[in-house]
Ligand binder design. Sequence first.
Ligand code: CP
Length: 326
Amino acid sequence: MKSFAGRDILSLKEFERNEFFHVFDVASQLEPIARNRHNSDMLTHKTLVTAFYQPSTRTRLAHEAGMHRLGGHVTGFSDAKMTRAGDFYQESIKDTVKMLEYYGDVIVMRHFQKGAPHEAAKWASVPIINGGDGWGEHPTQILTDLLTVIRERGRIDGLRWLAVGDMRMRTMHSLGHALTQFDCPVTFVGPAADALFPGSPSMAMPEEYKEDFRRNSLNFSEAEHVEQAIADADVILVEPVVQPDYSKSRDERTGETGMTPANFKITRELLETKAKSDAILLHSLPRMDEIPPDVDSTRWSRYWQEAFYGVVMRMSLLALVLGAME
Ligand code: CP
């Protein structure tokens, strides 16, 4: 296995099966630090730079929290409009990261353009972690979700997944790539064109990703309604279908948003009547109405646990790419 030291984390398409397990193993070693709410001194001489060109609660703060838990330092921006990249100059990714690489030792970047972190990685002399790029990928979120599944179900192989939501969503692409490395059939349930309202775009899995998944032997199928697949699912992963345009730097909500159709919604009644008793329900959040709040207290819900493992996973990745753990 190639060392993680100095590596970029851009896509899960590049991840091999043993690399997944290595990242989970390092996460296990570091987990007690977060669970006991301690800070260690592992990365005391290292600094994380956060370069967020799009809003984030979890991804940015979980990376920052992970860095603090390991004793490191954090600098960066959470709004490109307060930098030269987002004002009159529209400074390029190259010019920006050629500066940022001197301000810290690893950069986590979220960007509205698919491929922007890959462009940054071409120029930066320090590792780049993709914190979500447009309708591209969100590798650290799906690594978090897989770690949550291991902790909550004891294994990944042999579990059947149901993925519900907008299949243009970056998490869905990272999920498909990741599951090629495991014995995990997956059913994708996403809205076809016009399914939300007349003229709504297709939110089915884009063909380019399906081609990739087939090439890499993913056992996947597609369905139109969660009711067609929920009874067999061990892991149910949900994303919104009512959501912003992720290829914009900011998408403020104006007027009515519409509601999530029943096809893409996981209700308490659906779980009680159709889901396996031991299935687990993941949502990386934020949510709209696709999982109503009365599901939160059911035995299926695991999204708060997912939030904890989000910090642990970022600790693992930061320790690995900064060479503090081998
Ligand atoms: N899950 C996730 O990426 O959340 P944020 O947009 O808040 O980072």
